[in-house]
Design a protein around this ligand. Structure first.
Ligand code: SAM
Length: 356
């Protein structure tokens, strides 16, 4: 982990939860509370804020500002989410139509899930056959977004976070994504999958300080601390290598499983790791896999993956300059975000099966 020195360079990011109010209403609210649209690093005061240039509905405040006690945070109207962690949902760009079907395969604590729900405008369709609807039980319109989470404790956090954000189009499922059947009649319709699996977390500079500072949710705090992927205090180089390779095999397995869904056309794979082993190497392996060949998957072109974001993948790790341009990296501190990696697989509709 990269220590907290650079955390002071990372703005306090605030994602406006558009399920509850608009960006304009949020801006008016903060202006009324004495903030000024002058940029987060305003020399004069800590009261400057700005709209983010890459992610819609994201605001930047001074890193020293805390929103834990702000009523709109308590009400779920704002979500404290690092900028880079907003990239995956933005790149997946799920449809906001009544017949959409989307999976968040590794959902807890749920920041990306609620972001997807907001992009889908909470839209859903009436589904009567599902036995258990933990999140949207009282809503007539629901189930557009399936959110899987394997860990029981983290699953309760997920439910709490989605409830707070007033997401109504989600079915949260406490289950292993790898155990799902891609041919299941409900899931086989899925067209978009977000995969943000467990990783080494080596890109995290400020270690989720928004949530850990003085957050009112002990279960959430605990669920972050109890991650089995946190490296031990003393780890030799070979132990680290073995740990990263183990994570990489799991990550590859998750991508390959996602590729088996018959109607999926867009899969976003992301990590908060800076290690190529979990990023470029996993993506290269996934492209060579039987599942990618069978499903005609390729990387989405650079112009579909945050084209305005300058830092792309590492060509020497990807083995190909054009492919490296299709994926996105964030350098902790330098990019005013945590370290992050995002890639997007799409089906190559021009490739006929007999070409392979
Ligand atoms: N996307 C989340 C967010 O932005 O709030 C963070 C996801 S975290 C990096 C990875 C999560 O995946 C963990 O909560 C972990 O318990 C869960 N997970 C790991 N393997 C899984 C599996 N096979 N099926 C479902 N969830 C899994």
């Amino acid at each position: 982990h990269l220590g907290d020195a650079r955390a002071s360079q990372i703005p306090r990011y605030v994602r406006v939860n558009t399920l509850l109010w608009s960006m304009e209403e949020a801006v008016d609210y903060f202006v009324a509370r004495g903030y000024m649209q002058s940029g987060p690093f305003d020399e004069e005061s800590n009261k400057g804020f700005a709209k983010d240039e890459h992610i819609t509905n994201l605001l930047l405040f001074n890193p020293k500002v805390s929103f834990q006690d702000d009523p709109c945070y308590q009400m779920g109207k704002i979500i404290l989410q690092d900028k880079a962690s907003c990239f995956p949902a933005a790149v997946l760009n799920p449809p906001a139509t009544l017949d959409a079907a989307v999976i968040d395969a590794t959902a807890a604590p749920g920041n990306k899930t609620s972001h997807l729900s907001a992009l889908m405008q909470n839209k859903g369709k009436v589904v009567s056959s599902l036995p258990k609807l933990p999140i949207c039980a009282k809503s007539a319109a629901c189930i557009q977004l399936f959110a899987f989470e394997k860990d029981k404790r983290r699953f309760s956090t997920l439910e709490m976070m989605l409830g707070k954000a007033k997401c109504k189009n989600i079915k949260a499922v406490n289950a292993d994504f790898l155990a799902t059947d891609p041919q299941d009649p409900e899931l086989s319709k899925v067209t978009h999958i977000l995969l943000d699996p467990s990783c080494s977390g080596s890109g995290i500079v400020n270690r989720l300080d928004y949530l850990l500072e003085q957050g009112p949710y002990p279960s959430l705090r605990e669920s972050f601390h109890s991650s089995p992927y946190t490296p031990p205090e003393q780890e030799s180089e070979s132990e680290q290598e073995a740990r990263l390779h183990k994570l990489a095999s799991f990550q590859l397995m998750m991508i390959n499983h996602a590729m088996k869904f018959p109607n999926v056309k867009r899969i976003v794979y992301s990590t908060c790791s800076i290690h190529a082993v979990e990023n470029e190497h996993v993506v290269s392996e996934a492209l060579k896999s039987d599942e990618a060949t069978a499903g005609n998957f390729k990387l989405a072109p650079a112009n579909q993956v945050l084209p305005q974001w300058p830092r792309r993948g590492l060509p020497e790790e990807m083995g190909d300059l054009t492919l490296a341009k299709c994926v996105v990296r964030c350098m902790p501190g330098d990019d005013k975000t945590n370290g992050f990696f995002v890639s997007c697989f799409i089906r190559d509709s021009e490739k006929r099966l007999d070409d392979t």
